[in-house]
Design a protein around this ligand. Structure first.
Ligand code: AQP
Length: 331
């Protein structure tokens, strides 16, 4: 059976991008068809300035949201990354396999370190080494496939390179994984800036639809979405990114193709109204289930505790084998 690993970083409230780009497919397809592990990758939230209480709160919230969206602990393994030590144990070996040039080339590193430097702030070493930890998340489980949004492709490519290099140098230890993406909405864009992705840690939330936004807030955000000055509703990512983004969101919510509704609308307003309605309907059951689950934090804690035990059992033999292969004396 195909082994799948993917994760969500608790750096903000989960967004429509997280859902359409990743979570929905984990729920609808991956947990049914594969041996799937899904993790709240909390260690990755420590690579930038963070508030400890907020990270803890967002970690539980992310696990709750993953359950509310439909992950079923009977069908998949849901756990918190820091509860399974094998991730950090393996990460060090992969830092010893990667080069600093490789890590410096990562787009997310460049995008996140440049503004910090420009503002005279220091950059944490972990922001540079984060892809080695992400490679460890993936490789520890003998993962075949990593279902992610397009923004994560480069990191999965690095995990592939490190697996191949490690296997060549020290003997076959890791499965070489590949990234998979949804066919529509692999990159949901910010409604106020449709040339940048909808990211949960952006400071202004005006262009971001959070999964917990209520119907009125969703409607306001979609109706105020930035569009170009024309009137034609055509699917053209390059010249009309705002409209293309709305068409993708609408198609993704209703399971269609963004080209189809493009010809149907005669005004931007009508497209926005239908998109808002589709998003509201998509999120309604998730918000309702979230409210039930959030009232019982003990249940969520129990689910992730059991998930961590299962994950540990899966990761430990491979990580121990990697320690031995690289030349460390067994303890
Ligand atoms: N806008 C998006 N469109 C499609 N997919 C997306 N994902 C995130 N944003 C979009 C996918 O969601 C999964 C979990 O993402 P993550 O939490 O690991 O971190 P990220 O990719 O860095 O997401 P964010 O929301 O943009 O976080 P910040 O703002 O903290 O960097 C991944 O599969 C991701 O591809």
């Amino acid at each position: 059976m195909t082994r799948i690993f993917s994760g969500i970083k608790p750096t903000g409230h989960l967004t429509l991008g997280n859902y359409l780009g990743a979570l929905r497919r984990w729920v609808e397809v991956d947990q049914h068809e594969a041996d799937a592990l899904f993790s709240v990758v909390d260690l990755h939230a420590l690579t930038i300035d963070h508030d400890p209480a907020r990270v803890r709160r967002l970690s539980r919230q992310a696990a709750t949201m993953m359950l509310a969206a439909g992950l079923d602990p009977e069908l998949c393994t849901l756990f918190v990354q820091s509860h399974v030590d094998e991730h950090t144990r393996l990460s060090y070996l992969l830092e010893c396999t990667a080069t600093d040039g490789e890590l410096r080339r990562m787009i997310q590193y460049k995008e996140k370190s440049a503004p910090a430097r420009a503002a005279g702030q220091s950059v944490r070493v972990s922001l540079l080494t984060y892809p080695a930890l992400m490679a460890a998340d993936i490789l520890a489980y003998g993962t075949d496939e990593v279902p992610v949004g397009e923004d994560q492709t480069q990191h999965v490519e690095l995990a592939r390179d490190l697996a191949v290099r490690f296997n060549q140098r020290y003997g076959h230890t890791f499965t070489v994984p590949k990234a998979t993406h949804p066919s529509v909405a692999a990159r949901v864009m910010d409604l106020q800036d449709p040339t940048s992705k909808m990211g949960k840690s952006h400071e202004s939330g005006a262009g971001i639809i959070y999964l917990l936004d209520d119907a009125d807030v969703v409607r306001k955000k979609v109706m105020r979405a930035v569009t170009d000055s024309g009137t034609d509703v055509a699917y053209d990512r390059e010249n009309s990114p705002g409209i293309a983004n709305l068409l993708e969101i609408l198609a993704s919510c209703s399971g269609g193709n963004p080209m189809e509704p493009a010809g149907v609308y005669e005004s931007y307003g009508a497209l926005k109204k239908d998109t808002a309605d589709a998003v509201v309907e998509l999120l309604r059951p998730i918000r309702e289930r979230y409210a039930e689950l959030a009232a019982d934090a003990g249940h969520v804690d129990e689910v992730v505790k059991k998930g961590a035990e299962r994950a540990r059992g899966m990761a430990r033999p491979r990580v121990n084998a990697a320690y031995e292969a690289i030349g460390l004396l067994p303890g």
